[in-house]
Design a protein around this ligand. Structure first.
Ligand code: ADP
Length: 618
């Protein structure tokens, strides 16, 4: 039993109409000798009469014009193509008893018998109101919606049915219809067919194939199928049981393809006149039911189908994929066989595909670049983490060193004094040393605090108009005492007169000491340092010049950052924590000035501080 008939609620036993017996009897015995005829005539008549008696009765009933009884069933008349009689019966039944089944079945009569989807839909809706769980009605509703062109609603109805009855054949049929609609929306199902006009005498297969071009084909311009090509929409009467559909497809190259077909009912397919499929089964169309491997030649190809029907829905799904089941984009379906147009479309499709591939390629390239960047960042992070770790260790080592040296000196002097080991005339020297070392300790602590001050940007600087020369001289003299090296020579050149500037003496002295300390530290051989000061235009320029190891251009950009230490191997052997210059830079900025560096690696460096000289008005 076909699925498309399954939704009918009532069933009647099949009824066969037999030909009139006397005709057969006469036919069979006409050539026999008369004697034998006489001998068996009566016996044969009686036997045949009894054998065929029930058929007589049935045949009698069908031929009568009396109103059909419900027991005879509307399905029987539908099969006969007598929808009117079927409708009379079912209408009578509905008047007596309104059931979901009867409304559903009447909907089917409207849908298939009269192609009246609107009326069918009304009945299906009524049926589903009476029984929302009716097994067939939602799928039927979907079919009616499809016929009316409401594809979205059809999909919803099919899905409702499938959700209620996931393992039912009829709902599976609906799910396929939904899949067909979606495939059509992706442009995967071939919809561009033209159909053979039905004349009184449908041409035979061979006529269609050999004279296909002379026959009269039509293209239904109002035709709005969407997925499933519904022949019931095209052929309004039930007089025809065969339809021919044809299309031309342009392929830019010879290629192997898969034809994927699902049909209600039997189907025969020819590609370029060669029969590739002959499936006569009475069945409900399922997407991709038949899959045939065949090939298209370069240029125009003819696809011809013969679809036969039994009863119910009548149509097919037809699509083409490559042998790996992927849709083929550069196939052009055109009944007018406009080669120029087809070529243009194909080249456009190819261009698009090329661009898409390129796009995908560049996307891939982008992803790779991102991955590499990510990896670099990760490595940098790892490097940064270990750099910070190293900086922390250096910092602790540096601070410990800076604090321990004066502390141990103070401790040693104090112990000597306590133990009474110092001669009376030397005592003053020891007290002096303790005081100076304590002062040095104080400076180191101030340095830390100042760093904190610049970092947190709380800057309680106190400025006063100051002659810069004594400030520089003090810094030089303090540092000279502090320096561990004996060969240190610090010259001071004053070029021209220097106007007083607003200065935080304490902080500026510390900044100068830091620059001198660096010049000393990073000059392992020649420790002659020159400090100079001059005023040009509205600025004071203070320079600290050394003949040390110099600074590479890459390092020059970063040495004023906190905790940055030079990357050369020389610097690694020199004690430091990378805070001195950031501290100097903070102080100079607080004075409204700036600091820069010039350097030739291996030759030496010049650090220049610029301090603005306020005008008369300021
Ligand atoms: P630290 O001296 O503790 O490392 P600084 O902030 O004072 O920290 O200096 C930062 C970096 O600048 C030093 O590690 C060094 O590489 C470089 N530097 C500073 N002054 C000099 C200089 N006079 N000569 C060469 N390199 C210098």
């Amino acid at each position: 039993m076909r699925r498309s008939r399954k939704p009918l609620g009532l069933r009647v036993p099949g009824v066969r109409i037999s030909p009139s017996p006397p005709y057969y009897i006469y036919d069979v015995f006409s050539d026999y000798p008369a004697t034998i005829m006489k001998k068996y005539y009566l016996f044969a008549i009686i036997l045949v009469f009894f054998l065929l008696f029930p058929s007589f009765c049935n045949a009698q009933t069908i031929e009568t014009d009396e109103a059909p009884s419900p027991e005879q069933g509307y399905e029987h008349y539908m099969k006969q193509g007598d929808n009117d009689k079927a409708l009379i019966i079912i209408n009578n039944m509905i008047t007596e008893n309104e059931t979901a089944d009867l409304y559903n079945d009447r909907g089917i009569i409207y849908l298939y018998g009269y192609n009246d989807a609107a009326k069918a839909l009304e009945d299906f809706k009524r049926s589903s109101q009476i029984d929302p769980d009716h097994i067939a009605v939602h799928t039927n509703m979907g079919l009616a919606y499809e016929m009316l062109g409401y594809h979205d609603k059809a999909i919803i109805a099919y899905r409702t049915a499938a959700a209620k009855y996931p393992f039912n054949d009829w709902t599976a049929y609906g799910s396929d219809r939904a899949r067909g609609i979606l495939l059509a929306e992706e442009g995967q199902l071939i919809q561009d067919w033209f159909f053979l006009e039905h004349s009184d005498k449908t041409p035979s297969e061979s006529t269609v194939i050999s004279n296909g071009e002379d026959l009269s084909w039509f293209r239904p311009f109002t035709y709005e199928d969407h997925g499933y090509v519904n022949l019931s929409n095209l052929y309004q009467t039930k007089d025809f049981t065969e339809a021919f559909a044809m299309t031309y497809v342009y392929s830019p190259e010879q290629r192997d393809i898969l034809l994927k077909i699902g049909s209600d009912d039997g189907i025969v397919v020819w590609v370029n006149g060669k029969k590739v499929l002959d499936n006569p089964s009475l069945r409900s169309a399922r997407v991709d039911d038949d899959i045939i491997e065949t090939s298209l030649s370069a240029g125009w190809n003819t696809l011809l189908l013969k679809i036969s029907q039994d009863w119910g829905s009548w149509g097919f799904y037809f699509r083409i994929t490559d042998t790996k089941n992927a849709p083929i984009k550069d196939l052009v379906f055109d009944p007018m066989r406009d080669t120029e147009r087809a070529k243009k479309i194909c080249s456009m499709v190819r261009k698009e595909r090329f661009l898409r591939d390129l796009n995908q390629g560049s996307r891939l390239f982008g992803v790779i670049i991102l991955l590499i960047l990510g990896l670099c960042l990760l490595l940098k992070n790892v490097k940064d983490v270990s750099r910070i770790k190293k900086m922390r260790n250096d910092f602790i080592a540096g601070v410990t060193h800076d604090l321990r040296v004066p502390l141990s000196s103070i401790k040693a002097s104090a112990e000597m004094l306590i133990d009474g080991k110092v001669r009376a005339d030397k005592k003053q020297e020891y007290y002096q040393n303790i005081s100076e070392e304590a002062e040095r300790l104080n400076r180191h602590i101030n340095k830390m605090l100042s760093f904190r001050r610049t970092e947190t940007d709380k800057s309680p600087y106190s400025f006063e108009e100051t002659d810069i020369v004594p400030v520089i001289e003090k810094a030089i003299s303090v540092y000279k005492k502090e320096s561990p090296s004996d060969e240190l020579m610090i010259g001071f050149e004053i070029n021209g007169s220097l106007p007083p500037v607003p200065l935080d003496k304490e902080a500026f002295t510390q900044a100068m000491i830091n620059l001198l300390s660096n010049a000393d530290k990073y000059s392992p051989v020649d420790k002659s340092i020159v400090v100079s000061a001059e005023s040009r235009e509205d600025k004071l320029f203070i320079k600290v010049k050394d003949k040390g190891i110099g600074i590479s251009p890459a390092d020059r950009k970063r040495i004023f950052d906190s905790f940055y230490r030079g990357s050369g191997k020389n610097e690694r052997n020199i004690q430091g924590v990378g805070l001195g210059l950031s501290f100097v830079s903070g102080i100079v900025k607080a004075h409204g000035g700036k600091i820069s560096v010039d350097s030739i690696p291996g030759k030496g460096s010049i650090f220049t501080i610029e301090i603005p000289i306020p005008g008369d008005n300021s």
